[in-house]
Write a protein that binds this ligand. Structure first.
Ligand code: PLP
Length: 410
């Protein structure tokens, strides 16, 4: 008998990111930062190697009254002005569905709520095959089974695999819950086109004739999508969902406001029928109360203040980094294509992922480190965090990486 519940998986977390981040740090101390390529860090870094913390955001936070920073939020679901600001900012006028917003500790809180509260233990959640590791961990902690859909068919979204996976799960349970991490998928940098979203929704509408469907759309990186406001237009496709579907959008201030440590985000619950939204809201509100009680009041106040009073400054500051990220990823992808370094279809976002089988990946990852190039292993690939790589370090990198890959086969 153990001190924790028997049913929980007790294997320690293997944090594939922080171990390598640490190795890169040690290498910089030993051989000098100029001789190390550190493509491990999944946060936005400036050209001079510092974590980007947007001035607009942190000036607003520091100007909040002490009482605002000190007090509890006005409700377990978040402050009403925050809820409205989140909805307006995220949906940007692209949806007419009934909705409710629940403040959560980061995007993690929003995703976790869906994973914990929408399926019974032993049921199956549908996840992308190459994805943010926390999805599988959340599923494991709640004793859910996982079915993965393969993400790509050539250079586009693998709708065939998505459909087959849903159909397989429909044979064993009466509900479908799936995660689509779009736009700017972590770690591949793919974004579905509006047409691909339409095909997804058409298919889910078919499924919903016999099964309830919960679509979790994790948009953690949306504010770094290169299309900006255009990147939010796909939400209008959700207006075509049937009555038997709920869409939950997981929003995070971590990337949007560069405020990772403030732990603030939101779950936006959307459906055709108000009753469905309310049913989910009641449970999510109780989950919030029982788990984290309420959300950082100062972070919510800052978000409202930035969007209401400093929007132009915020957009200007953020867009500078959106453009910088695009410049970095353009160089990496262009040069990777020139030297023949294979990667998953990248459109936008913090990471580019090289595609390979897991056996090659393991050998390659070691070989890269032996050459002081630090990356992160993901399923079937190597993640390169262009978000934290300076232009200087990005230029010419793919040639070095390709040579190291080729040397493995000699
Ligand atoms: N979703 C994805 C795909 C992520 O990569 C992250 C963070 O890395 C999150 C959600 C949630 O982040 P946070 O809880 O900091 O908002």
């Amino acid at each position: 008998m153990s001190f924790t519940k028997e049913s929980v998986n007790k294997t320690p977390i293997v944090d594939t990111v922080f171990v390598i981040v640490d190795k890169a740090k040690k290498a910089k101390e030993e051989v000098g930062a100029e001789n190390v390529v550190d493509a491990t860090i999944g946060s936005l870094y400036s050209e001079d190697g510092k974590l980007v913390a947007l001035d607009t955001v942190f000036e607003s936070l520091k100007k909040q009254d002490n009482q605002v920073l000190a007090k509890y939020a006005t409700s377990f679901t978040g402050n009403p002005d925050f809820q409205k600001a989140v909805y307006d900012w995220v949906l940007d006028g692209n949806s007419k569905l009934y909705h409710e917003v629940i403040a959560t500790p980061g995007g993690t809180g929003a995703v976790g709520m869906v994973v914990n509260e929408c399926l019974e233990e032993g049921q199956t959640i549908i996840l992308p095959e190459i994805a943010w590791g926390s999805y599988a961990l959340m599923a494991q902690m709640h004793n859910l089974k996982v079915e993965n859909y393969s993400l790509f068919e050539g250079d586009h979204f693998n709708l065939t695999s998505f459909k087959e996976t849903c159909k397989k799960v429909m044979e064993v349970q009466d509900k479908l819950v799936m995660i689509i991490n779009d736009p700017c998928h972590n770690p591949t940098g793919y974004s579905l086109t509006k047409e691909e979203w339409k095909e997804v929704v058409d298919f889910l509408n078919e499924c919903s004739k016999t099964h309830k469907v919960v679509l979790l759309n994790d948009i953690a990186y949306i504010d770094f999508a290169y299309g900006q406001a255009k990147a939010k237009e796909y939400y209008s496709v959700f207006d075509g969902i049937s009555d038997n579907i709920a869409v939950i959008v997981a929003f995070s201030l971590s990337k949007s406001m560069t405020s990772y440590g403030l732990r603030c985000g939101a779950a936006i619950i959307m459906a055709q029928q108000e009753e469905i939204v309310q049913e989910i809201k009641i449970v999510f509100e109780k989950e919030a109360r029982a788990t984290w009680s309420n959300i950082n009041n100062g972070a919510m106040a800052m978000f409202v203040d930035v969007l209401e009073n400093h929007l132009d400054e915020y957009n200007k500051e953020r867009n500078y980094y959106v453009n910088l990220l695009k410049e970095r990823s353009d160089i990496f992808v262009k040069e990777a294509n020139e030297v023949g370094l294979k990667h998953y279809p990248y459109k936008e976002g913090f990471f580019v992922t090289l595609s390979m089988d897991n056996e090659t990946r393991d050998k390659y990852h070691e070989a890269l480190m032996a050459n002081h190039i630090y990356t992160v292993k993901v399923n079937k690939g190597i993640r390169v965090a262009v978000c934290s790589l300076s232009l200087d370090k990005t230029k010419g990198l793919t040639k070095k990486m390709k040579d190291i890959l080729d040397s493995l086969n000699k």
